[in-house]
Design a binder for this molecule. Structure first.
Ligand code: ADP
Length: 862
């Protein structure tokens, strides 16, 4: 191996500090990458791989590739998006001054969860870094967004931590998560590589050490620590781990992360990733698009801060009726006061992203344009105040009080910075005339070099009495004073001769030298001085970061509440009554998304009445496409909307707070995971039965569909019995099914009621009425699989009993059942031959066993 060059040694030493990063090594105007990094980057970025030492044998050549420093951000963004970490190594001394090798240092490590660059961030969406610490005493989970300065922290008991962690991670959707050794649970890791994709940083126990963590947390956060309960040490460790990672990667001022928001998971309605997806909260199930989601309907926010907050309210509906009613009351005022609402919308439109601006200002990457944008935003605040009520409703009045602008600060920015500053802060032209005398003078010198010279010339003439005195300039001597021969005797003491020509002599003076220096260096000096003045203003702004963050928070709230009001007014929503009762009463409810998507087709409203006594479970039957799942989803969505503080699409609604919503919807949407549809279905049902409480709302759509009729129906019935039995679960359940046999439960189980969505047959056509009315209208080795998936043994046992019962009596229900099942699975496959066989089969006379065999045969044929 050849001797290493000094630079390569320096490179390797620096690379050694962050072996898991791609190292961008600054060499002049380029960032270069070497060795494996070069190969990776070349492949990912489509760069050409080169080498420095072509004269060596191929195996000794160092592969390298590079990107120009001025366009590096775009390349870094692409690497980050692919889940890499990039360490930026800069030259930390001026190469001109360096003796020998230039000093170099890593100034920052860019990772997916620690972005602050505007171009790499999505506007209406937080960019969270998560830190998960799992200890014996419990689990701590911390989320921080350095682009907005928000930090959230929570804690849960050791029991069932994986589920809680998965739910919280799904809510915050972090771009990167730091895991403690105890957190490397297989189920969790699967989620992180599949459904909640983000970069995973595997960290050692030392990153979370309690004593250091506590110190870091206490030093960093000025507020919020008192909220953390004493037993939640794991939470402190998670927060400490997050900070340690930030310090290691950012190496800059993070003082704007000052408020720690501790929350207990019990404060919010819990939603697992399945329910979140099924209910299409932020994106649609199939297209993964915002359009068609609940967020799309509700988000009429005008500011980026409001956009992010609305998303987080949607992800975290509340449980406390008092807090919910406070929001509702504010929305109510904004609905009733249309003029004020319109005005607020107009003002909000003009407010920039104060939250991210102040973060960049403190972080040190903000330019003069950012300061101007911040001031412009702050200047709008009084206009917001003008349109908010001074007294009740109390929430709006409180927000109004928080919107006091910062006139001194905006005054400073207005005085100091020009209206339209250039992009760069290192090229001058950004300080306003009149702000600082030296800037004005230097500018005068630059714009008026001739005038300055003429002035000096006149002054020298006057002083010496030499009428022919002239000030001139040439490249060799610079500025000089020229005196013609006849006046040599009048040349004063201070003149230093530089050049003698035939008819004249040229001199310089101290003053002229200084003037020359002033002129020639004015450009450099003004640039430096403007930069310094700018930094000074920026520091003064940064010092007010806490106030600005509070203002930004208030603007975001006003924006979200206004957005709720705009939507409520446009779509004719009503204010729900929310309390701790067991009621779920909706009069003329609609599906918030379907009614908007299908504007031209009239949406048929439907009522809902549920409680935890006589109306606990609704069995909903009706043909395919009748509107069963639309109806069930609309009930769930209205509960969510009400608990986030929004009005709901109904004529009236009374909603007792729900602690969790569970869904089991759709049969074919999770094939990507590689599990069989039935297995997925049963896993979801198992989850739901394990975690639901009597205050939960369950939406079950066609349970047992993925298996044979008997198995499926048996499981469906056992699950329903479990849910509707107050001694077991006793939770409000909406249960859509194809098994008309289940409607017999209405008489047998208290609390179970039959409903169907009416449809009429007209000749050969079916007419959907979309109205839900009382009364009933209609399936493999599934039980074993259900057992595998983790359904409680009691449910499994019960399912077996039912199956045995069914199999012992050979009459009508089975036959209908078997026929239904064939229809369901085979028409979907649509194979001609199978269909013909089927058409010719006398179903009525088949025994269940024959039916199963036939099914098997048909499947073989396919
Ligand atoms: P099912 O679950 O019974 O198969 P869906 O809920 O999927 O039926 O509804 C089928 C279609 O009917 C949906 O595309 C929806 O647009 C429409 N629909 C459902 N409910 C209503 C309603 N109340 N008013 C108008 N259209 C509806």
């Amino acid at each position: 191996m050849a001797e290493l060059t000094p630079m390569k040694r320096q490179y390797l030493a620096i690379k050694d500090q962050h072996p898991d990063c791609l190292l961008f090594f600054r060499l002049g105007d380029f960032y270069e990458m070497f060795d494996e990094d070069a190969k990776t980057a070349a492949a990912e970025l489509n760069l050409t791989l080169t080498t420095r030492d072509r004269n060596k044998p191929p195996e000794e050549r160092t592969p390298m590739c590079g990107v120009p420093y001025h366009s590096a951000e775009a390349y870094i963004a692409r690497l980050i998006a692919k889940g890499y970490k990039v360490a930026i190594c800069e030259q930390t001394e001026d190469p001109a001054q360096a003796k020998g090798l230039v000093d170099r240092e890593i100034i920052r490590v860019v990772t997916p969860g620690t972005l602050i660059e505007e171009n790499m961030l999505e506007e209406g969406r937080n960019n969270f870094l998560a830190s998960l610490y799992v200890g014996v005493q419990g689990t701590g989970l911390c989320f921080g967004d350095i682009s907005t300065g928000e930090v959230f922290l929570t804690f849960f008991a050791p029991e069932g931590w994986v589920d809680h962690a998965v739910n919280e991670l799904a809510r915050f959707a972090p771009r990167e998560v730091i895991l403690s050794p105890g957190a490397r649970d297989k189920g969790l890791l699967d989620h992180l590589s599949g459904k909640l994709p983000c970069r995973v940083e595997q960290a050692g126990e030392e990153r979370f050490a309690l004593a250091e963590a506590r110190q870091r947390v206490e030093r960093q956060f000025a507020a919020g620590l008192d909220q953390v309960p004493p037993e939640a040490e794991a939470a402190i460790q998670a927060a400490g781990g997050l900070l340690s990672y930030l310090y290691e990667t950012q190496k800059t001022d993070l003082s704007y992360l000052r408020t720690l928001r501790y929350y207990s998971t019990g404060r919010f309605l819990e939603l697992d990733p399945v329910a979140r997806r099924n209910l299409e909260l932020t994106e649609t199930l199939r297209g993964k698009e915002k359009k068609g989601s609940l967020l799309w309907v509700l988000d009429k926010t005008k500011t980026a801060m409001g956009g992010r907050l609305l998303r987080s309210w949607l992800e975290r509906p509340l449980l406390d009726p008092v807090a919910i009613s406070r929001r509702l009351e504010a929305v109510g005022w904004l609905v009733d006061n249309a003029v004020e609402r319109e005005e607020l919308v107009q003002v909000l439109r003009e407010i920039t992203d104060l939250e991210r601006l102040i973060s960049r200002i403190v972080y040190g990457t903000a330019g003069a344009r950012d300061l101007v944008a911040l001031a412009a935003g702050l200047d709008r605040l009084p206009l917001l105040q003008d349109h908010l009520p001074q007294q009740a409703p109390s929430l709006l009045a409180r927000l109004r009080a928080q919107l006091d602008g910062l006139p001194e600060l905006t005054g400073l920015i207005a005085r100091g910075i020009v209206d339209e500053p250039p992009f760069s802060v290192r090229e001058g032209g950004l300080i306003r005339p009149g702000y600082h005398p030296d800037v004005d003078q230097l500018r005068a010198i630059l714009t008026d070099t001739k005038g300055v010279i003429a002035k000096l010339e006149a002054a020298e003439k006057e002083k010496t009495g030499i009428k022919s005195l002239k000030v001139g300039f040439n490249k060799v001597f610079g500025y000089y004073i020229e005196v013609s021969k006849s006046y040599y005797d009048q040349v004063p003491q201070g003149y230093i001769r530089k050049q003698t020509l035939t008819n004249c002599e040229r001199y310089i003076t101290q003053e002229l030298k200084e003037m020359e220096h002033t002129i020639l260096s004015a450009q450099d000096r003004i640039v430096a001085l403007e930069y310094q003045l700018f930094c000074d203003i920026r520091d003064q702004v940064a010092a007010q970061a806490p106030q600005i963050q509070e203002i930004a928070g208030a603007v975001a709230r006003v924006d979200v509440l206004t957005s709720f009001a705009v939507v409520a007014a446009e779509n004719n929503y009503c204010m729900p009554r929310v309390d701790n009762s067991d009621k779920l009463e909706i009069t003329e409810g609609r599906h918030p998304v379907v009614e908007v998507m299908g504007r031209d087709a009239l949406f048929v409203p439907n009522d809902t009445y549920m409680d935890n006594k006589d109306n606990l479970a609704a069995i909903i039957t009706g043909p395919n496409m009748a509107g069963k799942s639309t109806y069930m989803r609309q009930v769930a969505l209205m509960v969510l909307m009400a608990q986030m503080g929004s009005f709901v699409p109904a004529r009236a609604a009374h909603i007792g707070v729900v602690d969790r919503i569970f869904t089991r919807i759709g049969a074919s949407d999770d094939l990507a995971g590689g599990q069989s549809t039935f297995m997925v279905e049963m896993t979801e049902v198992a989850e739901l039965l394990r975690h639901a409480t009597s205050r939960s709302l369950l939406i079950l759509d066609e349970i047992g569909r993925g298996t044979s009729t008997y198995d499926g129906m048996s499981i469906a019935r056992a699950v329903l019995e479990w849910c509707a039995n107050p001694k077991r679960l006793g939770a409000k359940t909406l249960f859509a099914t194809h098994y008309h046999e289940l409607t017999v439960l209405e008489g047998q189980l208290p609390g179970v009621k039959n409903f169907n969505i009416a449809a009429r047959k007209r000749k050969d056509e079916i007419l959907f009425l979309r109205k839900i009315v009382p009364g009933g209208a209609d399936q493999s080795y599934g039980i074993e699989v259900a057992g595998l998936a983790g359904l409680p043994p009691k449910v499994i046992r019960r399912a077996r009993e039912i199956l045995a019962e069914l199999e012992s009596q050979q009459d009508a229900p089975k036959k209908t059942g078997a026929r239904e099942a064939s229809q369901v699975s085979l028409t979907a496959l649509g194979e001609e031959e199978v269909l013909t066989t089927l058409r010719n089969t006398p179903v009525e006379t088949l025994t269940p066993l024959q039916a199963l065999n036939l099914l098997h045969e048909l499947k073989e044929k396919l």
